[in-house]
Ligand binder design. Structure first.
Ligand code: FAD
Length: 460
């Protein structure tokens, strides 16, 4: 390998790139990582982590309300957005610093530059007038927000990238999109007191999630005062004395102070030199096999740039599998089955496995167990927030195919459910687990009655 400057050159110091680089460097390989922005990538700098801080900040609004019912006096709580932003930025800087230290401790070299592929073993460091060579190159450049660039007035809208830095909280806000990022921001800003309208072109929010989960969350968002406009999209955005006006395909006009487009993400491949190096893409994403090998020998890709499952833990596991295979002589491919996911809405969603519709398509006969109820925390306080729990079971083998929870702690609950589903648990084994009382999650192991489609219709 000495004919090259490095054994491994990683493009992108986000979730996947950093994990792969650290592991490879710890094997004794000569590793360099290029990062054009800040170390940590989307997750740490403008994704999961700052988003979760905003969720925590936002949830206090309902905590204060509930607290009164439990006997607390909470006088005139107020929220200071600039103070929160300053603390958030401090913590993000700390976490980014830890990523840098971890890379350095592992012995990887960090290069602050945009990198561009020249060929299968050469990378150009843009703006540094320098080319380096490597035996292996890993592309881990992630994704970035997609907006309809030809929409009139697109220059007035922001994306999730900017949402973490708005200088002051708007009074009114329009959010375009129906995916998890749009829904999470709608709940966050609603909790912070912003009058939020969510505009989504589809028939319901959160495509890909179980239909009852989607309907349930839409209802809960409505109860909180979030206006959800479905089946329409932005024709244009205009700027006037009263703010920004969203002109919708339904003929509606909504005027607000801020318009956030969370209309999807695209693999970040611009300026990467993929064509020059002959790396194949499909629908903008780098095509890879189960071992994250691209169409070019010597070049691999992991994470969002491959558009498989666009989540941080998946990018990390793909990066780790690559390093195990290539630097530890331990061929490893990450199994993309039964990956649990969460939506940090209010209430939140935790989901693993198949939706009911997917299960019916793939397995034919399925048994459904379903419950919708008010958690005791809310019944005490007179709140009307409802939780939803749904199990999807294979009618023949009785294996659990899917588990879906909508409740404040659903993301925490679903992690453990995912262990059981990944191991192929049957309904009888699941039910043999004794409940933890009094919890919301105990409902998961106490549902004995199968629900019939007519019950489900009524429940939804
Ligand atoms: P990234 O983390 O995006 O890292 C790519 C890095 O490469 C970036 O730092 C970029 O600057 C750099 N780069 C790109 N091109 C170049 C180049 N040519 N040269 C040098 N550097 C380059 N996932 C979850 O699991 N849970 C969540 O709750 C969650 N919430 C999210 C919320 C938001 C608002 C967003 C946007 C995403 C969220 N995600 C969440 C998704 C998660 O952030 C991504 O799946 C994850 O970060 C992907 O990791 P990655 O390594 O593929 O890329």
């Amino acid at each position: 390998m000495a004919e090259y400057d490095y054994d491994l050159f990683v493009i992108g110091a986000g979730s996947g790139g950093v994990r792969a680089a650290r592991l490879a460097a710890m094997s004794g390989a000569r590793v360099a990582v290029a990062e054009e922005h800040r170390v940590g990538g989307t997750c740490v700098i403008r994704g999961c982590v700052p988003k979760k801080f905003m969720v925590y900040a936002s949830e206090f609004a309902s905590h204060f309300k509930t607290a009164r019912a439990y006997g607390w006096t909470v006088d005139d709580p107020r929220f200071d957005w600039p103070a929160f932003l300053a603390e958030k930025d401090k913590e993000i800087a700390r976490l980014s610093g830890i990523y840098v230290t971890n890379l350095q401790n592992a012995g990887a070299e960090l290069v602050h530059a945009k990198a561009r592929l020249v060929d299968a073993h050469t990378v150009e460091l843009v703006g540094k007038d320098r080319k380096v060579t490597a035996a292996k190159i890993l592309i881990a450049t992630g994704g970035r927000p997609w907006v309809p660039r030809d929409m009139p007035g697109v220059e007035h809208v922001i994306t999730s990238d900017e949402a973490f830095h708005i200088e002051q909280l708007p009074k009114r806000m329009v959010i375009a999109g129906g995916g998890y990022i749009a829904v999470e921001f709608a709940c966050i800003f609603n909790g912070l007191g912003v009058d939020v309208t969510l505009v989504h072109r589809g028939p319901n929010i959160l495509r890909g999630f179980d239909d009852h989960v989607r309907a349930h969350l839409a209802e809960e968002m409505d109860k909180k005062g979030i206006k959800v406009l479905l089946g329409c999209q932005h024709d244009q955005v205009t700027k006037g004395p009263d703010g920004l006006t969203s002109h919708l395909s339904s003929g509606h006009e909504v005027t607000s102070d801020l318009v956030l487009f969370a209309t999807g993400r695209e693999p970040y491949v611009e300026g990467l030199g993929l064509e020059a190096a002959g790396v194949e893409t499909r629908d903008g994403a780098i095509v890879v096999d189960a071992f994250s090998r691209t169409s070019v020998d010597g070049v691999w890709a992991v994470g969002d740039v491959t558009n498989r499952i666009n989540l941080t833990p998946v990018a990390i596991r793909e990066g780790a599998a690559f390093a195990q295979t290539e630097f530890y002589d331990n061929p490893t491919s990450f199994d993309h089955e039964m990956v649990a996911s969460a939506v940090f809405s209010q209430p939140a969603i935790g989901s693993v496995g198949l939706t009911e519709a997917e299960a019916r398509r793939q397995h034919g006969k399925v048994d459904i167990y379903f419950s919708r109820f008010r958690a005791m925390k809310h019944t005490f306080a007179g709140g009307d927030e409802r939780a939803l729990i749904k199990l999807v079971v294979d009618g023949e083998s009785q294996r659990l195919l899917g588990c879906h929870v909508v409740a404040q702690d659903a993301p925490e609950i679903i992690q453990m459910a995912a262990v059981a589903l990944k191991m192929g648990v049957t309904k009888a084994q699941w039910d043999s687990t004794c409940a933890v009382h009094p919890t919301l999650a105990e409902e998961l192991v106490t549902m004995r009655e199968k629900y019939m489609p007519q019950d489900l219709g009524a429940a939804a």
